[in-house]
Design a protein around this ligand. Structure first.
Ligand code: UDP
Length: 239
């Protein structure tokens, strides 16, 4: 776990945005993982996911507060969260201001079409090269299509870890592009699903709001967060 956590971006959100904007301008291929404890735990259990996290082309940012708390146990300070939702929103704005191109892949058909509508209405300078819902049978084929279009930014909202696997398996074929697995971001940005009320976000309790509203997430929470903390405690003690 320490090796993953040591890789996580440790400066402010603003500095990270600047860094990504530069990478878009310079056409430097980048794969970003917005990590929560569950995603990092996947690296411990799965060989391919371990490789994905440690790959030189992969950047990791702390999406979940649990990751920041876990890092602290290793004595590593991460100043703030960089969430998939905020990063996506920022990149849409950036692409709008700089006439850059995007492809959006994932979420339910009605959600992705609302996203498309929103971008056309509100961010009309974005070169939206395509959108595709996340329930098509052959997801690999969608990536082949994206490959031909060569977008500056590709947001993939299929849920972790599938979105990361799919990006990773295709990354080699691209010469440029910022690729991010953004989970439920389109549900939030399209207005189909509300993010936690501001007070929960401010108190760092967004995770509690999300699991309380979805019993399916309880097991994931245990697997991710509780086991995550236990694993870090063990590693800290062993050192
Ligand atoms: N999703 C999809 N295709 C699938 C399964 C899921 O497009 O086969 C979408 C789903 O509609 C949702 C997102 O992936 O928009 C996953 O959201 P969730 O909040 O579960 O993911 P997390 O943010 O926890 O990774």
């Amino acid at each position: 776990m320490r090796t993953y956590i040591e890789k996580i971006y440790r400066r402010s959100k603003k500095e990270y945005y600047d860094c990504i904007e530069k990478r878009i301008q310079n056409e430097q291929k980048t794969f970003i993982i917005t990590a929560n404890p569950e995603i990092l735990m996947m690296g411990e259990k799965d060989e391919e996911f371990n490789k994905i996290l440690l790959d030189d082309n992969t950047q990791i940012v702390a999406d979940g507060i649990g990751v920041i708390k876990g890092a602290k146990m290793f004595g590593i300070d991460i100043p703030e969260r960089i969430t998939g939702v905020e990063l996506s929103e920022h990149l849409i704005e950036y692409c709008n201001e700089n006439e850059k191109s995007m492809y959006l892949f994932g979420a339910k058909p009605e959600v992705i079409s609302k996203m498309k509508e929103k971008i056309i209405q509100k961010y009309s300078n974005v070169k939206l090269l395509g959108v595709q819902d996340g329930y098509v049978e052959d997801k690999q084929k969608v990536f082949e299509e994206i490959e031909k279009l060569k977008p500056d930014v590709v947001l993939v909202a299929l849920g972790a870890p599938n979105q990361e696997r799919l990006i990773y398996r295709n990354l080699e074929k691209f010469e440029k592009g910022i690729f991010i697995g953004v989970g439920g971001t389109f549900d939030v940005l399209s207005g189909s699903k509300k993010r936690a009320p501001k007070i929960f976000i401010k108190l760092n309790l967004e995770w509690l709001y999300r699991i309380a509203g979805s019993p399916k997430r309880w097991k994931r929470f245990y697997e991710g967060s509780i086991k995550f903390i236990l694993k870090i405690r063990k590693e800290v003690k062993e050192k």
